[in-house]
Design a protein around this ligand. Structure first.
Ligand code: PGA
Length: 250
């Protein structure tokens, strides 16, 4: 089965509504599905532009559909605003907002229930790696975050391996070492869910992906796409990554 290499962008807390709309209007024609997770405030405006091949997503949701959760936003709310996918469990949420895998698991379930494709992020810290704990940490995050997730869901599920030490540092993991981790993650999915699920799920690499690193990453058999932060905020680097992934777009 050949899978299309996916580029998913995470804008984090960047771009006002007008900046987001202005950016999206300027992107070159897209030849294959491309994904941008925008801030909540810009979701509806950007999704309403209906750019062919561009799927818009959210960067977070709260697990409950509604209620007394001041400041939170739910899956049905982002869905109606135009989101087709949602990033859950990003390391910034795990670290800054103390989100546990158990809580992230509830978000994965809420996303599935409300027809949003979940992009589950997992990743080890520099300290985990130094202590030789990376594989164990990743396994725990993966299995706890995907607890009780049904096999049929894997067709429309992304897992982003984002080593914390590589995010925003300009120093991505080598393609070789990312491949080794992706291979391990795929095997875990095979062991816990099944062979088809391990093939259907797409496993993305994230952490300082740029036009310089994307080509090597693409060559790896278990890297099905990339999750791009900083480099997706700039029209030039964003377009370059898309161009390298899709071939010449001119
Ligand atoms: P980065 O961010 O590409 O800026 O390292 C990736 C991410 O945090 O999703």
């Amino acid at each position: 089965m050949t899978k299309q290499f996916r580029v998913i962008c995470n804008w984090k807390m960047n771009k006002t509504i007008s900046e987001a709309v202005g950016f999206v209007k300027k992107i070159p024609p897209l030849l294959a599905p491309t994904y941008i997770a925008v801030p909540f405030t810009a979701l509806n405006a950007v999704a309403s532009l209906d750019i062919p091949m561009l799927q818009i997503g959210a960067q977070n949701i709260y697990p409950q559909p509604e209620g007394a959760f001041t400041g939170e936003v739910s899956a049905p709310m982002v869905r109606e605003a135009g989101a087709e996918f949602v990033i859950v469990g990003h390391s910034e949420r795990r670290q800054i907002f103390s989100e546990t895998s158990e809580f992230v698991n509830k978000k994965v379930k809420a996303a599935i229930l409300h027809d949003l494709m979940p992009i589950l992020c997992i990743g080890e810290s520099a300290l985990d790696r130094e202590n030789g704990q990376a594989a164990e940490v990743l396994k725990t995050q993966l299995l706890e975050s995907l607890k009780e997730i049904e096999p049929k869901t894997f067709k429309n599920l992304g897992i982003a391996y984002e080593p914390v030490w590589a995010i925003g540092t300009g120093k991505p993991s080598t393609a070789q070492s990312a491949q080794e981790v992706h291979f391990m993650l795929r095997n875990l999915i095979q062991e816990h869910w099944g062979e088809d699920e391990a093939q259907e799920v797409f496993i993305l690499y994230g952490g300082s992906v740029s036009p310089d690193s994307v080509e090597e990453l693409m060559k790896q058999p278990d890297i099905d796409g990339v999750l791009v932060g900083g480099a997706s905020l700039n029209l030039q680097t964003y377009s370059k990554i898309i161009e390298l992934v899709r071939g010449d777009l001119s």
